[in-house]
Write a protein that binds this ligand. Sequence first.
Ligand code: ADP
Ligand code: MG
Length: 313
Amino acid sequence: LPSEFDLIERYFNWQQPAKGVAQGVGDDAAILNIPNNQQLVVTTDTLISGVHFPEQTPAHAIGHKSLAVNLSDLAAMGADPAWFTLALTLPEQNPQWLNEFSAGLRSLAEKANIQLVGGDTTKGALSISITAMGLATAQNILLRSTAKDGDLIYVTGTLGDAAAGLAVIQNKLRLNHAEYCIERLNYPQSRHHESSYIRQYATACLDISDGLLADLNHILKASGVGACLDLDSIPLSPALSSLQKEQALQYALNGGDDYELLFTIPADQQQAFEQEVSRRVLVCHAIGKIDESFSGITSSQGRVLVPQGYLHF
Ligand code: ADP
Ligand code: MG
């Protein structure tokens, strides 16, 4: 078996056009140059086998997803992907697994133009921890705490697919388009491209990882406002639309792992934003409104919506 150093060299030292990398993989630490007029945005996410993905998940998908969930956080902040580090804990050295994991990771890294600049490799139960770094100009940064009364609430893509995919894998749900939902679970599409347009208009933003209601609540609490949601406007894929309405809504409102962006647009910017959306072929939908006179989340039919998102503790 190759040594730890061969393993790093073989699977985690690919060359990519370097932006601002003075030292990448190979020394005790990486050295990165931050452009003068930009801020460094840093996020970490850990994926543990059996907790954040089912144990039988293909290695290629695990490689993709480990990076995608971090890219999603950068997109939510309005930052462009730049660099990442990878702390990998492996139960064994399995060349086929490493090959596929590395290919899944690399393919997304190249697409997103983010470079692997270092990491750590240890033995133990399978866990992948990525720290992603992005660059942003101060006026483009998107926070949770800055939604305003009257703003429209938008989401990218469709909601609930990944949670339905997980339910299928766990034999809790039978579905016509099961493959599509499992793909959405295993290969979340981080919205870094969409973010570059959204951040020109949005007042607040986050990515939906724990369910629409739970994550919308984070924006509401941080901004000190309430919201009214139009449940008929929640975007559903054909797969979820084939379920009964209430069941589909349950996945869309409370299901985790969507990695879509949830953001707010001032009413007087809506027209300009919608024009941008149609020019760029961005998929996003208005689903409600920020309303100071509410606390928490209410549906336009007057239903009080309480988050049942996934909590680790
Ligand atoms: P040290 O013992 O000095 O921390 P390591 O053996 O952990 O050195 O790492 C050697 C080099 O390989 C460092 O540049 C480190 O960032 C990089 N590295 C280690 N593991 C990984 C990994 N899984 N992916 C990418 N780079 C890695
Ligand atoms: Mg080390």
